[in-house]
Design a binder for this molecule. Structure first.
Ligand code: URA
Length: 302
């Protein structure tokens, strides 16, 4: 082959390679776009409904499907302490002491058999809390409502569906977080839990948080915030403020039930979630094993 022929073959080869390289790059970009679109499609309507720009025309859309149960409802399934004997005369049974629990299953068992306050007489089932036991973020609500009392799962009613959307707005889903309440039994008629009930149940929550070791706690509403931070002023002043509970960063925000009644408060929750997303993002940069919120797809950055 003479020099010219070789050169022309080389040119052809180069063109072919460039063509394929272009194609590969295009396919690669196409793939990225598709992934991005899928992610964007899965983002909840809440992004648009709670974005400050749209707040004046906000109409909440609560999806109809039931959130997937994460843990099995705690119905008659002894996990340990099979030899448990109720103390005659109703005295304290040491095997039910929350302080003795060394893991969440053990604590759940102790919660299920708790009779420390009169709510144990009216509850259908205890609502311990559920989610990712390695979650970096724990949402703490107030008390189970009717749906929760029936199913044994926290936040599965209307407020729960809104909470799911709020969680989506920080780029996470319910499987990535942990959700529980200040008290584990439903107050009759959904009244606010009283001080005695909160005091009786508090050791269970304390132990739960100690075992979960979250990097961030989000309290939902006044009751949850005051229970963890008694010196806190009202939720109107406290929401969005980064405070500390036993050394764990804590941010209060509005309770989803309040948001269902006061949709004008949604932009404030949006701001709180943006702050939370930034905190989680920074944490995940420092420690990649931690919850990794998705990139910022908020309306204002598009
Ligand atoms: N409200 C709460 O505070 N917790 C629930 O689990 C449901 C509604």
């Amino acid at each position: 082959m003479n020099h010219e022929k070789i050169q022309s073959q080389l040119n052809k080869l180069e063109q072919t390679l460039k063509y394929h390289a272009k194609g590969t790059r295009w396919l690669f970009l196409e793939r990225i776009n598709q992934d991005l679109l899928q992610d964007l499609e899965s983002l909840p309507e809440i992004l648009s409904s709670i974005s400050p720009e749209n707040s004046h025309q906000t109409k909440l859309q609560i999806p109809q499907e039931q959130p997937k149960p994460l843990d099995k409802p705690p119905v008659n399934k002894p996990l340990e302490d099979q030899t448990l004997v109720k103390t005659p005369g109703g005295g304290e049974n040491p095997s039910l002491d929350p302080l003795g629990a060394t893991n969440l299953d053990s604590l759940r068992f102790r919660t299920r058999n708790c009779e420390k306050c009169s709510l144990s007489q009216t509850r259908t089932t205890t609502v311990f809390g559920q989610g990712n036991q390695k979650a970096d973020i724990v949402f703490v609500g107030e008390a189970p409502g009717e749906d929760e009392d029936r199913t044994g799962l926290a936040f599965v009613g209307k407020a729960g569906k809104l909470l799911t959307q709020i969680i989506h707005s920080i780029g996470l889903n319910r499987e990535a977080v942990y959700i529980c309440n200040i008290i584990k039994c439903r107050p009759p008629g959904n009244r606010n839990p009283n001080a005695d009930e909160i005091t009786a149940c508090f050791p269970f929550l304390l132990k739960q948080l100690e075992l979960l070791k979250p990097g961030l706690i989000v309290t939902l509403g006044n009751v949850a915030t005051k229970a963890l931070i008694p010196e806190a002023s009202g939720i109107m002043k406290m929401r969005g403020k980064l405070i500390s509970f036993n050394g764990i960063p804590l941010i209060p925000t509005f309770h989803p039930s309040y948001l269902l009644r006061n949709q004008s408060a949604l932009p404030q929750v949006w701001n709180d979630m943006r702050q939370i997303r930034q905190i989680l993002h920074k944490r995940s940069l420092n420690d990649p094993s931690k919850t990794h919120p998705q990139e910022d797809y908020s309306l204002e950055n598009r």
